[in-house]
Ligand binder design. Sequence first.
Ligand code: NI
Length: 206
Amino acid sequence: MSPRLLSIVFTGLVAGAILAFLTLPGLRQGSADLAVGKQTTGKALVGGPFKLTDHTGKAVTDADYRGRYMLVYFGYTYCPDVCPAGLQVISAALDQLGDKAQRVAPLFITLDPARDTPAKLAEYVGSFNPRIIGLTGSAEETAAVAKAYRVYSKKIADEKSPGSYTLDHTSIIYLMDPQGEFVTHFTHLTNVDQLAAQLRKVLEAR
Ligand code: NI
C-alpha cells in the first residue's frame, strides 16, 4: 500500500474505533462531563449549538440550518488526502440527489481556523461542489464545535518545512436531522452510492 492509501485506511480505522466508542451504551446515557450534546437517554451525544462564520464571511449558528438535514464534516483545506476524499464522497452523493440536495446543508467545518479564512474556504469548498458550505471562526469557536461533535485533532509539525504543519484528525461525516439531532454517520471511505441512497431514504421518509 502506498503511504497515502495507508494513511487513508488508518484514518478510517481510527474513525471506526472512535465511533464504536461513541456509540457505547454508557455514553448514550449522558454523564455530566460528556453531555456537551443531548442529555436525553437513548440519543447519541453528538452535536450541539455552534457560532461560526461561513465562507462568504457571514456570521451563522446551527439554528440557520434548522429545517434541513446537516451533513457535518470537519477538516482543513491543507489536508493532503483525507479531507479531499471525504469532500469528494459528499460532493458526488449530493450530485446524485439532484434537487433533493437542497434539503441538505453540507457543512465543512475547519479544524485549522488560523489558516482557513472564509476566502480560503470559499475557494476550497467551491472546487468540490458549490453546495458545500465552509465554516470557520475563532480558535475557541472551532474548538467548541469540534468538542460538541467529539472530533479529535492534533497539530503535527512538518520537520522538512519549518513552520508548516498538518493535522491528524477524525474523519467522520455526521448526518443530523432538521432539528439538529444525530441520525447516523459515514466516513470518507463510505461508498458514494450508499451515502446517496441513505440520504434519499431519510429525505423520502419525511
Ligand atoms: Ni483532513
